[in-house]
Design a protein around this ligand. Structure first.
Ligand code: PEP
Ligand code: MN
Length: 338
């Protein structure tokens, strides 16, 4: 880290900072400029106190970080793209993965018909929430264990892999037993105890970006999972809260490009939560392909008008099939297959 001192810091004040840097476990290397002194602090931030506390001293103008705060997640630690193998489905390689299914698992008929339709259209992973994080406690909260049972049934029948959300630490064990990928939702994006528990299952984890989460915080949330020894992480950009009201959220495609640049982990785009409008889902999927995303997760329902959650943003079977076809020329243009 670099400590920048104020221009009028006295020699005694400079000496005080040099001493503090040593006390905090770093080797201080002062550089005296014509107007200002800076002190380079040499040491490993992961094992030492961070030096940000020095900001409190009146002679300190600022403390600058040289290294990134995320380590295992960063491309520096792993220059090649990571490919996550979800029981034979490879995510992050040349193949573009499509995850699709209803927002919520509602019934056997609803889930199985959707599973068959999305498989026929080219999806390899079935999504469906059994535990739903709803804004109001009076709204449908999901079928819970029955939902997991239906997802398992759909897996057996279609061979699709399963992704479903885990809402609470208490549910990690039984949700992990029933799914191939654990989804951590936007509302739990920085629930670090949940991230740690989910990581310990060894399952692949799709980590949504929180609705007001900075990209660095998102990368650091993933670092919690990797630090637990589980590197099977998929980032998921699902839109952030902005002032815009045309859309439910503002899909931040720049976050996709940044996550791909900063990290070796795959990035998935969720256009459904991303805009909250079925009519825009296809356009956002095109954007996702162009931005270098490794896949999409799309909400699909047999009859969106009757959906028990997020009806306004779910596409029907024909809509999903058309969307997948629409992506083919774009995928070819960026050198990917599906
Ligand atoms: C969902 O996928 O249905 C969902 C609730 O997503 P998010 O956590 O991104 O809001
Ligand atoms: Mn939803």
């Amino acid at each position: 880290m670099i400590i920048v001192l104020r221009p009028h810091a006295t020699p005694e004040q400079i000496e005080e900072v040099i001493k503090e840097v040593g006390i905090l476990g770093y080797e201080p290397r002062p550089i005296h400029g014509a107007h200002q002194t800076v002190i380079a602090a040499i040491g490993d931030e992961t094992t030492h106190h961070t030096l940000e506390s020095l900001n409190v001293l009146p002679q300190v103008e600022g403390v600058l970080r040289v290294q990134k705060r995320f380590k295992l997640v960063s491309r520096e630690s792993h220059p090649e793209d990571s490919v996550i193998d979800v029981d034979g489905v490879k995510i992050g390689g040349s193949q573009f993965v499509a995850m699709a299914g209803p927002c919520s698992v509602e019934s056997e008929e609803q889930l199985l018909s959707t599973a068959r339709a999305v498989k026929a259209a080219g999806a390899s992973i079935l999504r469906g929430g059994a535990y739903k994080p709803r804004t109001s406690p009076y709204e449908f909260q999901g079928l819970g264990r029955e939902g997991l049972r239906l997802l398992d049934l759909a897996r057996r029948e279609t061979g699709l892999k399963i992704i479903t959300e885990v809402l609470s630490e208490r549910d990690v064990e039984h949700v992990a037993a029933a799914t191939d990928i654990l989804q951590i939702g936007a509302r739990n994006a920085q629930n670090f105890r949940l991230l740690t528990e989910a990581a310990r299952t060894g399952k692949a984890i799709l980590l949504k970006r929180g609705m007001s989460e900075r990209i660095e915080e998102w990368l650091l949330a993933a670092e919690y999972i990797l630090a637990e020894g589980n590197s099977n992480v998929l980032f998921c950009e699902r839109g952030i809260r902005t002032f815009e009201t045309y859309t439910r959220n503002t899909l931040d495609l720049s976050a996709v490009a940044i996550a791909k640049k900063e990290s070796h982990l795959p990035v998935i785009v969720d256009p459904s939560q991303g805009c909250g409008r079925a009519d825009l889902v296809c356009a956002l999927c095109r954007g996702a392909v162009a931005m270098g995303a490794d896949g999409i997760i799309v909400e699909v329902h047999p009859n969106p008008a009757e959906a028990m959650s997020d009806g306004q943003q779910q596409v029907d079977f024909a809509g999903f099939d058309a969307l997948m076809r629409d992506l083919d020329p774009l995928l070819a243009a960026v050198g990917r297959t599906r």
